[in-house]
Design a protein around this ligand. Structure first.
Ligand code: SAH
Length: 219
């Protein structure tokens, strides 16, 4: 059966293939991550006026003073979380437009994502509906408390920067679970915390990044 795509869909597919080639050049090598980045139609998650820029390797505004993360950073964080193992049950803090949650859902068994801005969680739901992602659940709330009813998690990914690691998130890590988050105020780095087999926590630091702040409460 042949599948006919409109001209704009064809150019989106091409742009996405180019984006994935660029990710490889930048050092992303996990085939699961590259396949997921190739699969999720990023242009369907950004505002229409920005759709033509959806596959540039840059953060873009998504409304409510928030940004959809740069493709490289999405890929890098997921690659670090998934290194040498499966993502397993995964929690994302900061659903934004839902893009990264969709990428995670291609790889992880089960994904939960939390967003503190009601307008954005509604928009994320709309963006995700046509993609039919059965293993993804969206929640409105303050992600600093994690999601006790679904804990523990094998992977937790925080899409907003903070100077202090929320204790609840560490507590909700399963044995051998990993948490990755942008640590810091103006200058942030990626911090990964792993719960080792003996229960002790191990920290590793990676790239410098720039994320919007993790904020308490909901709006
Ligand atoms: N992963 C998103 C990027 C979103 S930007 C995407 O793919 O589009 C970070 C998001 O984190 C913002 O939408 C912001 O509102 C949200 N956020 C900040 N603090 C939060 C908190 N405590 N709980 C839940 N979401 C939070």
């Amino acid at each position: 059966m042949t599948h006919k795509l409109g001209a704009s869909a064809v150019s989106a597919v091409r742009a996405r293939v180019r984006m994935v080639e660029n990710l490889k050049l930048q050092g992303i090598s996990d085939a699961r991550v590259l396949a997921a980045m190739n699969q999720v139609p990023r242009h369907q998650f950004v505002q229409e006026a920005l759709a033509s820029r959806a596959y540039e390797d840059t953060a873009l505004p998504l409304g409510c003073q928030q940004t959809i993360s740069q493709p490289y950073v999405v890929a890098r964080m997921i690659e670090l979380l998934a290194q040498g193992r499966d993502l397993g049950k995964t929690l994302e803090i900061g659903a934004g437009c839902g893009y990264q949650a969709a990428v995670l859902a291609c790889i992880a068994r089960e994904v939960y994502t939390i967003e503190r801005i009601r307008t954005l969680i509604e928009r994320a739901k709309e963006n995700l509906r046509p993609l039919r992602v059965p293993n993804l659940r969206l929640k409105y709330g303050d992600g600093m408390a994690g999601l006790p009813e679904a804990a523990p998690f094998d992977s937790i990914i925080v899409a907003a920067g903070t100077s202090q690691v929320p204790r609840a998130l560490v507590d909700q890590l399963a044995p051998l679970g990993r948490l990755i988050l942008p640590l810091g105020g103006a200058d942030q780095i990626l911090l990964m915390i792993e719960r080792q087999a003996d229960g002790r926590l191990r920290e590793s630091r990676y790239d410098a990044v720039r994320f919007v702040p993790l904020l308490a409460g909901t709006e």
